[in-house]
Design a protein around this ligand. Structure first.
Ligand code: MN
Length: 195
């Protein structure tokens, strides 16, 4: 069963993530950051992952700790749920448009954290949501899921659209990488023999 439950408590945030990689895209989200809930919903739906996230953070300061720590905790849950990665495709990629916006996300479930993030948001905030936090979220996730992640926003003149295409493409790319390859069902997809 590719599932995990992780609780992470600090003085800044208290977060619980439950994940089922072989789900149907159902999300129950209560992070206190509505725009992040909207983005996490995209990961679940387009990744066909069941995702339950409850977070209580120091939002009286700002959303930084909460968003970053949700990235970290989701990354920890992903790493657990990946298991030994036997039989999976390992690599995944997706282009996702939304009207004028277009993003590309490429994933390698490599076992090593690494991120290339080429995104220039056209404005600093989406409602109350600071667009810098998109990078913080994915950096936290990458570090703890131990994946290689390339995110490129190729076009867009609406920051909400830019962010949404990134999260949707991440979900789609993750789904592809996690898919079981029927020709390689008993193989770890690396000549090293482990990932
Ligand atoms: Mn939207």
């Amino acid at each position: 069963m590719r599932q995990a439950q992780v609780t992470r408590n600090t003085l800044e945030t208290q977060i619980t993530v439950e994940i089922n990689l072989d789900g149907s895209g159902q999300a129950t989200l209560d992070t206190g950051v509505p725009f992040l809930d909207h983005m996490l919903d995209q990961i679940a739906r387009h990744g066909m992952i069941d995702l339950k996230i409850k977070a209580k953070g120091d939002l009286h300061i700002d959303a930084h700790h909460t968003v970053e720590d949700i990235g970290i905790t989701l990354g920890q849950a992903l790493a657990q749920a990946f298991g030994n990665k036997k039989g999976i495709r390992r690599y995944g990629h997706a282009y996702v448009p939304l009207d004028e916006a277009l993003s590309r996300v490429v994933i390698d479930l490599s076992g090593r954290p690494g991120m290339a993030f080429q995104v220039e948001f056209v404005r600093a905030c989406i409602g109350e949501f600071d667009v810098d936090l998109v990078h913080e979220f994915f950096q936290g996730l990458v570090n703890h899921a131990m994946i290689t992640l390339h995110i490129d926003n190729l076009s867009g003149n609406n920051a909400h659209h830019q962010a949404e295409t990134i999260f949707k493409a991440f979900g789609r790319a993750l789904r592809m990488a996690l898919e079981v390859d029927p020709r390689a069902i008993d193989l770890i997809p690396s000549t090293k023999g482990s990932l």
